[in-house]
Ligand binder design. Sequence first.
Ligand SMILES: Cc1cc2nc3c(=O)[nH]c(=O)nc-3n(C[C@H](O)[C@H](O)[C@H](O)COP(=O)(O)O)c2cc1C
Length: 330
Amino acid sequence: MVVKTLKIGKLKLKNSLVLAPMVDVTDLPFRLLCRRAGAALAFTEMIYVNAILHENEKTKQMMKTCKEDSPLGLQITGNDVKEFEEFVRRKKLWEKFDIIDLNCGCPSTRIVGTKAGCYLLRDTEKIAAIIKILKTTGKPITVKIRLGFLKNDVLEIARAIEKAGADAITVHARLSNDAYSKKADWSWLARVKKEVKIPVIGNGDVFTGEDASKVLEVCDGVMIARGAIGDPLVFTRVLDYLNGTKDNKLATPNRGAVGDFYNNLEQFEGYLKMEKKYFGTDADFGKIKYVGGKFLRGFAGASQKRDEFMKLKGWKEIEDFVLELGNGLV
Ligand SMILES: Cc1cc2nc3c(=O)[nH]c(=O)nc-3n(C[C@H](O)[C@H](O)[C@H](O)COP(=O)(O)O)c2cc1C
């Protein structure tokens, strides 16, 4: 199987592999690593539309991008159509993004409590109204959904999203209340694909080339989230598998089965360097430790190194740690 390309509205992607939006993970440095590894499209983490309207520093950091970070989707959620109307009126808030994605999948109680995220799946009229407002930007509009809110209404939801004018739909093949322990049900991806004409991006439990190829048999694109945490090179391995250049049925280094630790160490260093370059003294060290720590696996003594990494303070200590880590493992 040679990897397919994907077209979303007027946007042509170089392949069909997409990095998922992930709160506290998919910031600019992380996205760049995944792009360099082969991801054709990436999204910001989910941002509440109201927070964007307030234009505070934290939100601006979440929306930070650069030339190489392209094409990029801005993922937003909310419930109040007036906020979306205000958002589209303020062009400077969205003009630098290539896609605007509406999150209808987040199950966190904080978001569902405001009737945003996956709560929107209960109200396809509201979703349609928001899509129509977002379409006035002229940008491709995508929607990320789950199979339904408590019950599976995905076909009806997908039809409503297409009818409202969305350019593509991403389906995370679980219900709003399904935990990750329940396997994503890819059979629904195929059913959604048959139901609508717009591109369908399949998501949920894709960790290997073989997983991706199964999803691509029934979808136009495939989105990877957890598989990329601590392991952006998952995109390279998936591409190699799809292009037939390498047989990769194995789990990722993330899962502890295989892995080239030195490549991963390079990714870890790259991540930290870019965090310093793009965020400097404003860097969110809590986030850096959470995301950075995920790279430290798959070698003897990894858990001790993770513990040490968690205790570091400031850039100097982090840089010394990386230097020592590299030397210690040569
Ligand atoms: C740490 C983390 C943060 C996430 N944040 C978001 C988010 O901001 N927006 C979103 O649509 N989904 C979010 N998700 C869900 C993922 O995008 C994806 O739909 C889900 O993890 C299933 O894909 P996977 O099996 O490849 O992990 C998040 C998932 C994780 C693990």
